[in-house]
Design a protein around this ligand. Structure first.
Ligand code: GCU
Length: 681
């Protein structure tokens, strides 16, 4: 059967290595689950399906131990598990962690997946299946795993008419028209995929919110989805439009301190919980890009967030208040606005409110330094927001494996509490001792047959979930797992595919925005080059604003002689990026405006370095094509051809980027492309 990508990393292709398959078959004959629950049934079905696909055998499920037993359970629900006295380990694993180990029960050797809750068992089950898919040994198993971040969330920018803001994989999965009565089987596959990587929350609606979602007919539809997702450990969240009390409540104001407004939200939120008793809460975009918010009433972001926090608290709900504030009124460097508005509010947010901060201070660029708010608000739980959908990274056409981008941010040192104050430690709560922790990824999922448009975009969904669970996993390890699960365990597939994936983000940065350049994409749609964009209603809707190229040089001066956005970082970071002698090439033009002839550490001029980056980037896409061509006949033919076609487009468009940008910047530098490079056309 040709694999069109629908089955994602859960395709359970038959294991070709006979020796491995033989061992697995011996170890996996009997499945023992002593109690029933919707979640355990999901785990059981998944194991049966995995074993049938991978090994072509049938697991016998029951309550009795037998040869080759896999035993699943919690100490509470399974006397066999309770008798193993695993409490010391389970005690450290919380309500989502799990352990996998070899042991023996009444003299019969078996593999045990144990947890404190059924959802923990489901996570353990998927981890175990991953061991099979990646062909790991089942001897001496000793896995104890618990997530480092509590709320691991996807943000769908899905509108109620099923268009998806910045979505490149078809229309929204949520068929509002047919809900709640028709439950598309795809919802369960979505939930399975998420549970398999530990995602436990989904914001169903766009941050540019529509108040209609909060009306009764829609809440019933949302409840149907929540009911389906519940046994997979997934909570549903919504976006709330700040002006909803006016739009659907008939009130004259949405002032967060107004008694009627507060009462309206209290009733609305109480109503939501009658439909969805475990509703997760809200993600809110306010006073950004024209969206309504508390500042319309001279109130602060904290006033706004706390209104929701107060009403959600009795139900254990949370509010995720976005720090992506890009106001129509502020004229200062856009990179500074979030810090300027939020830093003074540190400590003013209620306990069940988080501030949701994009990874970088502008907007999901191919590369940005980490956002200066990380570490700057120690009294407020901060969550990071990544964008899986490739708004600025070639949509679903360019192959860009984003784990290195996520890791670059998570591993960045904010120095706010001295060396080692990593963004990941801010987000996982360990730096400032927060127990409410969360992470968000803007979903790249739509109703395309293969979910994400580009077959390799699935890897970004996958890597995001896995990193949300454990941000210490490496990009390399995650690529390795994903390739094995999706395509093949053959070294001749893994090596070139992994090399291509790991290099792809850096290659993309090189052909789009090298040396710290940013936001020079096509106007509004953000696809393809557009460094020439100017004369828009606002300066920062143009590209010329971001690159500042003129006859003297190029780059955005964010040091003290410019916007001084650099001052929003800790002293140590200022020392790293401020002095030219220290500033890494990758952030050079993000922080500095430099002459075309500026001498780079390599000895070449800035102009030559810029040209070399664009040419290297474009040339490397041909290298990516060669890597992929080498796996022909070793992976599914349909997937192979699909990726091959997309890589051809990527290569052509990388040259388009290169030529457009080099020719455009050359009109300022007036310098020739360095010797040895063909002339751009
Ligand atoms: C970007 C994107 C918008 C989106 C916004 C946000 O600016 O282009 O479509 O609404 O981010 O994150 O709120």
């Amino acid at each position: 059967v040709a694999d069109d990508g629908y089955r994602l990393w859960l395709s359970y292709r038959s294991i070709e290595d006979a020796a491995v398959a033989k061992k697995y078959k011996a170890a996996l004959q009997t499945l023992v689950i002593e109690t029933e629950s919707p979640t355990l049934t999901i785990a059981q079905k998944e194991l049966e399906q995995a074993v049938a696909g991978l090994l072509g055998t049938k697991l016998i499920t029951g309550k009795n131990m037998g040869p080759g037993t896999l035993l699943l359970g919690t100490p509470k629900s399974s006397p066999l598990i309770a008798a193993l006295h695993l409490d010391a380990t389970l005690g450290t694993l919380g309500d989502e962690g799990f352990l996998i180990t070899n042991t023996s029960v009444k003299g019969t050797p078996c593999i045990v997946i144990a947890a404190n809750t059924d959802v923990g068992i489901l996570y353990g089950t998927f981890h175990f299946i991953r061991l099979l898919q990646t062909q790991q040994s089942l001897q001496s198993l000793s896995v104890a795993s618990t997530p480092k971040i509590k709320r691991r969330i996807l943000n769908h920018w899905d509108n109620l008419d099923r268009t998806v803001e910045r979505g490149y994989a078809g229309f929204s999965l949520w068929d509002w028209h047919k809900l709640p009565d028709y439950i598309d089987p795809r919802y369960a596959d979505y939930a399975r995929a998420n549970a398999s990587i530990g995602i436990n929350g989904t914001v169903l609606t766009n941050v540019n919110a529509n108040a209609q979602i909060l009306t009764e007919p829609y809440l019933k539809k949302v409840a149907a989805l929540a009911n389906l997702f519940r046994p997979y450990g997934i909570k549903v969240y919504l976006t709330a439009r700040f002006s909803a009390p006016v739009e659907i409540g008939g009130l004259p104001t949405a002032d967060p301190l107004d008694a009627d407004v507060r009462n309206w939200w209290k009733k609305k939120i109480d109503e939501i919980y009658t439909y969805i008793p475990d509703f997760g809460g809200f993600c809110i975009k306010a006073n950004s890009e024209g969206q309504p918010g508390p500042q319309n009433y001279n109130r602060t972001h904290a006033d706004g967030a706390n209104l929701f926090a107060d009403m959600l608290a009795p139900h254990n709900g949370i509010v995720m208040w976005r720090a992506f504030v890009y106001s129509n009124e502020v004229t200062d460097d856009r990179a500074k606005q979030a810090y300027t508005e939020f830093k003074p509010l540190d400590g003013k947010f209620k306990g069940n409110a988080l501030v949701q901060v994009k990874n970088g201070p502008i907007d999901f660029q191919p590369r940005e330094p980490f956002h200066p708010l990380f570490g700057a608000m120690p009294n407020t739980p901060l969550m990071v927001e990544f964008q899986l959908t490739q708004e600025y990274l070639g949509f679903a056409t360019h192959l860009v494996y984003m784990a290195p981008l996520f890791k670059e941010c998570l591993d960045a040192d904010t120095y706010t509490k001295g060396k080692g104050s990593l963004v990941s430690k801010v987000v996982d709560g360990s730096l400032d001792h927060h127990s409410l922790t969360a992470i968000a990824g803007v979903a790249n999922i739509g109703n395309d047959r293969n979910w994400c448009g580009h077959p390799f975009a699935q890897a970004n969904w996958y890597a995001y979930g896995r990193l949300a669970w454990d941000h210490e996993l490496s990009s390399e390890a995650l690529a390795d797992e994903w390739i094995r699960m999706t395509f093949s365990n053959q070294p001749a597939v893994i090596a070139p595919t992994k090399a291509m994936m790991l290099a792809s983000r850096e290659i993309t940065v090189q052909y789009m925005t090298p040396l710290g350049l940013h936001h020079i994409m096509g106007y509004n749609h953000h696809y393809g080059p557009g460094p020439w964009i100017k004369d828009k209603p606002r300066a920062d809707w143009t590209s010329v604003y971001y690159h500042q190229a003129d006859s003297l040089g190029v780059g955005f001066d964010r040091t003290a002689s410019g916007s001084n956005a650099l001052s929003q970082y800790a002293k140590e970071v200022q020392e790293l990026y401020g002095p030219l002698a220290h500033c890494p090439n990758k952030y050079l033009l993000w922080f500095h405006h430099l002459p075309w002839k500026y001498k780079m550490p390599s000895g070449e001029s800035l102009w030559d370095a810029l040209c070399h980056a664009y040419y290297n980037g474009a040339d490397s896409t041909a290298w990516m094509q060669r890597q992929w061509n080498s796996v022909e006949h070793k992976v599914d033919e349909e997937q192979f051809q699909h990726v091959k076609s997309l890589l051809t487009i990527q290569h052509q468009e990388a040259e388009w980027w290169r030529n457009a940008c080099v020719l455009y910047f050359q009109s300022f530098s007036k310098m020739p492309v360095p010797a040895g490079l063909e002339k751009p056309e």
